[in-house]
Design a protein around this ligand. Structure first.
Ligand SMILES: Cc1cc2nc3c(=O)[nH]c(=O)nc-3n(C[C@H](O)[C@H](O)[C@H](O)COP(=O)(O)OP(=O)(O)OC[C@H]3O[C@@H](n4cnc5c(N)ncnc54)[C@H](O)[C@@H]3O)c2cc1C
Ligand code: SF4
Ligand code: SF4
Length: 677
């Protein structure tokens, strides 16, 4: 191979990766490397088994130094996985990191053309040719550094948000923990025991809730919601609304005299509507903070202007019917989203007779009933007549693993396990009870889970029936429920009668997830939960720098996995802030003010609010706030005056890449943006 760099021209190195057999099994990598050497300006090309390995990285550095390369093309996997790796490698060998270009031979070639090596190899050559053409037009760019606020906003006060807040505070960071309900605790506070160890949920949780209250670095804002987020990693400006409790938190001592005297009331949300609460209430006895809240929808004073018994009886004068929403602004360096899940509501799609037959309940309702501090003081009762059930059926996968458009395709990951726990608890409470579990298959993948499954399954009076029920009917006299199902292990259709049917409901994204995602500029995956950047390597990062996710906000999971993720999110946020600075990517939009006519289209379209119009000596012009710009290119594509360029993605670079895709490399293409050949 000769030196094709040419005097003064770009000097390009091409590195083709086998990625083990991921690419090498389908693409003839040595042939692609050989082909690359024939391209203009390519000085050297190599094929490596694993380019990302130490050996592969050292090889790149060696070639850069030996051949005086001023840019490289790495033809391997997706840039999402290794762009940062190869930029660093280039930088360590003296290149500007933005002179590194990646070509995706794995997702965009070998994985989609398995079984056709010849044509896959031809396509790989074309992709490399395009990459080299793009690399010729690369320009060095410089990243900017910005300072950071050493304060973190945590949204959601379930076990995930609580754990993340405590971990951050332990590292000396300030935390603002925002919970939309009157108390922190989340769903875990509603549970009785927890699988597989049988720990009492609130006994484990309550000390952490109290610790939040007593940790000086944590500013807890309950009954509050985040309304606006502006700024960028290292410095987000957040507007929070404190909803009026109508009870002055600084005066309320949690004595409960107000509630004792309150004639108003409503079904208790915390008890899943089984019990009732007063109009002035704390959601549960261990609430943190233990401060009362008035629900105007059920308060007689708010409905009629009369009553006021709470105000008359409150010994500290804490009741304030005139209280208004308050706005609080905070500046934080990072944000952790821990907004959890909502239980799937089966009546939405009319499944399984829920809300149609009295004796069909959900597992969360059973959790509240079987809980000693729940609405029935730990007694399980049939809603129809208050009798203790003798024959209980569980139906698994309600709202999960169903490919009908009206349901969720994913597995909710906890229902198999909590059903075992509830079956065991029922047996502990009532010796003579029998439990039948209708299941598709059992997923018991965690530490100690399989052992727990076998223990419960072998208990007398517990049976597992493989088969999804086809129909539930109610006896109009007894209110018993008959389940008709195909029992696939017996290969027959059966009809069995039960006193109580429990639906093992799955998890759905918590209410407001979509709006919060829009506000924060973070995407959701097809299941509706927040999307991590990479499921294995960056499971708590989002595509927006400085915003992290954890717990069930990211997807269904149990408490141990939630806590592990919360700790990961806290340490990722802390690590970012510990560096004391954030790097601002230079691949942002740039306005040519001479061309800009100030139409404002860019400002109206940008999903991140980066452009704004400013008055200049020559009229209104768009300006891009670089710290907010994600380089998505929306504005550049929309600008009718072609006044916007995204650095690193200029028209010239993209045209050059496209031209190389066509026969006769080097030809310019007409692309509607007015640049011809
Ligand atoms: C019936 C049932 C039984 C279960 N049993 C077990 C068990 O035995 N063992 C086990 O390990 N796991 C169990 N789980 C799973 C367990 O409940 C979850 O793993 C855990 O609750 C997840 O915690 P989280 O903090 O991520 O979410 P959540 O508990 O949902 O907490 C999220 C918090 O964020 C708040 N929030 C939501 N949106 C906002 C917003 N926009 N602004 C401010 N705050 C917001 C919510 O009010 C809530 O307080 C069970 C689940 C169910 C449904
Ligand atoms: S005004 Fe009356 S109804 Fe309203 S919270 Fe006070 S006591 Fe209850
Ligand atoms: S490139 Fe995208 S993020 Fe940047 S200003 Fe334009 S539209 Fe906004």
């Amino acid at each position: 191979m000769g030196d094709r760099g040419g005097a003064g021209g770009p000097r390009i190195g091409v590195f083709v990766c086998h990625c083990g057999s991921n690419i090498g099994g389908t693409v003839d990598c040595p042939a692609v490397a050989e082909y690359a050497t024939t391209l203009e300006n390519v000085v050297v090309a190599r094929a490596n088994i694993y380019t990302c390995s130490t050996v592969g990285q050292e090889e790149i550095k060696k070639q850069i130094r030996e051949h005086g390369l001023d840019r490289i093309v790495v033809a391997s996997c997706t840039p999402r996985l290794h762009e940062a790796t190869f930029k660093r490698v280039g930088e360590e060998a003296g290149l500007n990191p933005y002179m590194v270009h990646m070509v995706n031979l794995r997702e965009q070639c070998s994985w989609v053309h398995q079984g056709d090596k010849e044509r896959a190899t031809e396509k790989a050559k074309e992709l490399v040719r395009m990459g080299v053409a793009r690399a010729r037009m690369l320009e060095p760019l410089t990243a900017q550094e910005l300072g950071v606020e050493r304060r973190v906003l945590v949204i959601g006060g379930g076990i995930a948000g609580i754990q993340a807040s405590l971990d951050l505070a332990a590292q000396g960071l300030e935390v603002v923990l925002v919970e939309r309900l009157p108390s922190i605790g989340g769903r875990m506070a509603q549970l009785d025991k927890t699988f597989p160890t049988g720990d009492c949920a609130i006994c484990v949780l309550a000390p952490k809730m109290v610790e939040v209250l007593h940790t000086p670095g944590i500013r807890l804002m309950t009954y509050s919601e985040v309304r606006e987020v502006a700024g960028h990693a290292g410095s987000f400006d957040v507007r929070i609304e404190r909803k009026p409790r109508y009870v002055d938190e600084s005066k309320c001592v949690g004595c409960g005299i107000c509630a004792e005297n309150c004639p108003g009331g409503a079904p208790s949300e915390f008890d899943m509507g089984i019990g009732r609460r007063k109009a002035i209430y704390v959601p549960f006895p261990q609430a943190a903070p233990l401060k009362y809240t008035i629900d105007p929808a059920s308060c007689i004073h708010f409905k009629t202007g009369k009553c006021g018994l709470c105000r008359k009886n409150c010994p500290t004068g804490a009741i304030d019917f005139e209280m208004k929403p308050q706005e609080v602004r905070v500046r934080v360096g990072a944000i952790i989203v821990a907004t959890g899940f909502d239980p799937y509501t089966p009546h939405v799609h009319g499944y399984w007779g829920y809300r149609e037959f009295a004796n069909v309940i959900t597992a969360l309702e059973l959790e509240r009933m079987i809980n000693a501090s729940g609405p029935t003081r730990g007694e399980v009762r049939r809603p129809s007549d208050g009798a203790a059930p003798k024959r209980v059926a569980f139906i698994q996968c309600v709202g999960s693993r169903n490919w009908k458009a009206t349901s969720n395709k994913y597995c909710s990951r906890v229902c198999c396990m909590y059903t075992m726990k509830l079956a065991q608890l029922l047996k502990e409470h009532y010796q003579d009870i029998s439990t039948s579990v209708y299941y598709i298959d059992i997923r018991a993948f965690g530490k100690g889970f399989e052992e727990f499954y076998h223990r419960v399954r072998s208990m007398a009076g517990v049976e597992y029936i493989r088969g999804r029920p086809a129909r539930l009917t109610e006896d109009p006299r007894t209110k018993n429920i008959t389940i008709r199902a195909e029992e696939t292990l017996l290969n027959k259709i059966t009809e069995r009668e039960f006193d109580l049917v429990v639906l093992s409901i799955g998890m759905v994204p918590s209410e407001g997830t979509e709006a919060l995602g829009r506000m924060l500029g973070i995407p959701r995956s097809p299941d509706g939960f927040f999307q991590e950047v990479h499921p294995k390597l960056r499971p708590v990062d989002t595509s927006r720098d400085g915003v992290f996710i954890c717990g069930c906000a990211q997807g269904p999971k149990d408490i141990p996995d939630t806590v592990a993720q919360a700790k990961a999110a806290a340490s990722s946020a802390a690590a970012m802030l510990a560096r004391g600075k954030v790097i601002l990517e230079p691949t942002t939009a740039e306005v040519d003010e001479a061309l800009c006519e100030g139409c404002g289209l860019c400002a109206s379209l940008c999903p991140y609010g980066a452009p704004s119009l400013v008055e200049t000596g020559s009229g209104k012009k768009a300006r891009i706030q670089k710290a907010l710009c994600h380089g998505c290119g929306t504005c550049a594509a929309a600008c009718p005056r072609l006044a916007i360029t995204v650095r690193g993605f200029s028209d010239e670079q993209l045209e050059s890449e496209m031209a190389a895709a066509l026969p006769g490399e080097g030809e310019k293409v007409e692309n509607g943006r007015g640049v011809g050949g």
